[in-house]
Ligand binder design. Structure first.
Ligand code: MLT
Length: 356
């Protein structure tokens, strides 16, 4: 049991956090001012974002990828934590939609001189951006700044809380490979009933939380796997009934992988455990018990796909032969990152999930 992390989950789910969503229903029925977490999205809304992402992914095949849908709009990427994929893909997404994108990093911002986060945001807001994409080490940062802006806050990862666009791009990738198309199923097929193993550092992973919420809402079943020292108390309860019904926690890798359709591996987030007692003896031991290798992958379905949000610790949670193997869709996730972030930016700025 890891009480500190259980507290973190509870603290960010206060009524103040929920109030960030109040007060907006557009003529198209769009009811969100901000995207703080998957927790606020209805399953139909998630499906609409995936459909919009499908539409934008088609641009990848075009020599000219630029549209004018957000021409004249300003998007500020405010990143207080390091990032390669997320920041770059938000920037490319904004530019492909014709918006002006400005990047501010923590070390280059005035918070490095002692300014508070709220003051930084109020100053950025004074330049009237249409959306601020924010990443911060504090779980709850996106919800905290949301009341201080006129445009949309898009959470690009806040501490150990949520990383909603990662879960959406993961769902898009899963749907493309495993979506079951039947009469009446959503446009890109349904992922309901799929078995998804999420393995690794569950305690510190915002990706795990957002994925558990997103996959459960779409009807997939999650087997969340880690040593008990890396399982936060109440993880299966984060979305109430829906996550309780769709999430099973196991400390046994074999059990998590048996017959899985999708295997999602997570990085051990050493940067979040500095100064804490170790959660496992050493990286080699962790890798032996929880790493995905060619041999351990055999337990999953023969056509199971392998995912990872990156960055990968090669040889720790994932063997290089698996990371680069035929079943890996890791780089495809990165391509979906641009398409899904285009979908999110367009939807939250234009207040519509409609495919243009
Ligand atoms: C994140 O920002 O949470 C990443 O995408 C996953 C990681 O850092 O391990």
């Amino acid at each position: 049991m890891v009480c500190g992390h259980a507290l973190t989950i509870q603290r960010v789910l206060t009524p103040r956090y929920l109030r960030a969503y109040d007060g907006l229903v557009s003529s198209q029925g769009f009811r969100h001012r901000h995207l703080v977490g998957i927790s606020a999205l209805a399953p139909e809304e998630i499906t609409q974002i995936l459909d919009l992402g499908d539409h934008y992914l088609e641009l990848d095949a075009q020599p000219v990828k630029k549209l004018a849908e957000l021409r004249g709009r300003t998007i500020i990427n405010l990143f207080f934590e390091s990032s390669t994929r997320t920041r770059t893909s938000f920037e490319i997404a904004a530019k492909r939609l014709g918006a002006d994108a400005v990047n501010i990093t923590g070390s280059a911002s005035s918070t490095a001189k002692g300014e508070t986060l709220i003051d930084t945001v109020r100053n950025v807001e004074a330049m009237r951006p249409d959306a601020i994409v924010v990443r911060h080490a504090f779980g709850g940062a996106a919800a905290m700044i949301a009341p201080h802006v006129g445009g949309a806050i898009i959470n690009a990862g806040d501490g150990q809380h949520e990383h909603p666009t990662q879960a959406l791009l993961d769902a898009a990738t899963i749907r493309r490979h495993k979506g079951l198309k039947t009469a009446g199923s959503p446009r890109g097929g349904s992922i309901a009933g799929l078995e998804v193993a999420i393995v690794g550092d569950l305690a510190h992973s915002r990706v795990a939380r957002s994925n558990i919420l997103c996959l459960s809402k779409l009807g997939a079943n999650v087997r969340a796997c880690a040593p008990w020292t890396l399982v936060p108390r109440g993880l299966e309860d984060i979305g109430g009934e829906v996550t309780r019904a769709h999430t099973r926690i196991t400390p046994h890798l074999d059990e998590a992988l048996e017959g899985a359709d999708v295997v999602m591996m997570l990085r051990v987030q050493n940067e979040r455990t500095a100064g804490e007692a170790p959660r496992f003896p050493n990286a080699r031991e962790f890798s032996r018990m929880y790493g995905l290798s060619v041999r351990t992958l055999e337990r999953a379905k023969p056509d199971a796909i392998v995912m990872h949000p990156g960055p990968i610790n090669r040889g720790v949670e994932l063997a290089p032969e698996v990371a680069d193997g035929a079943r890996s869709v890791i780089l495809e996730q990165v391509s979906w990152g641009v398409a899904i972030r285009m979908a999110v930016l367009r939807a939250w700025i234009m207040k519509s999930f409609e495919v243009p």
